[in-house]
Design a protein around this ligand. Sequence first.
Ligand SMILES: CC(C)(COP(=O)(O)OP(=O)(O)OC[C@H]1O[C@@H](n2cnc3c(N)ncnc32)[C@H](O)[C@@H]1OP(=O)(O)O)[C@@H](O)C(=O)NCCC(=O)NCCS
Length: 178
Amino acid sequence: MINKGSITLESERLTLRKLKETDAEEVFKNWTSDDDVSKYVRWSTHKSIEETKEWLKQEEINCKSKNYYTWGIVLKETRELIGCISAIFRQEEDRYEIGYNIMKKYWNNGYTTEALKSVMNYLINEEGIKKFICRHAILNLASGAVMQKVGFKYVKDGESISFDGTKRYKTKIYTLDK
Ligand SMILES: CC(C)(COP(=O)(O)OP(=O)(O)OC[C@H]1O[C@@H](n2cnc3c(N)ncnc32)[C@H](O)[C@@H]1OP(=O)(O)O)[C@@H](O)C(=O)NCCC(=O)NCCS
């Protein structure tokens, strides 16, 4: 497998680029501090910029490994950092798991769909990755809609527990094979 990592990707309205520790203030303000964004995901709302800084520091380290991709999503029009998208190899499933978050102000503008198409195109055609998995909380219909629009197919129901163990929720699991 070729491995160029989380290189910068361009789509019509978005630039996808590596996240940096110095993005902490903008990331915290735009989505990691928002309970509505963290409601259906495995991470919990960040209580301080420091927490976001720690997460970004860890992401920078993780992205150096060949099984781990994360991009910040930048809106070309305003240059705002509006969210993130990742693909992380899961040994248990032998697949890359896709995850994404967008700041609330920009929901339902097609940005995640556009970012995911760009990421899938890169991972499949340039990195040679063939197997993907994606899961969403049953009530998180918008997330399911994104997966379906990009070609993921529902396979089964599951259950997820947040990283800190405080949230447990039923999920729908989707896969895409090339
Ligand atoms: C899920 C999330 C990433 C979607 O981002 P987005 O940029 O708004 O996604 P898009 O605009 O590309 O697509 C959203 C789709 O969901 C649909 N949708 C939104 N709310 C919906 C609902 N309640 N029921 C059904 N579909 C819904 C929209 O109509 C749109 O589909 P369409 O383009 O066919 O009309 C965003 O809501 C988010 O960041 N949520 C919080 C974090 C999160 O849940 N991440 C995913 C964890 S699995």
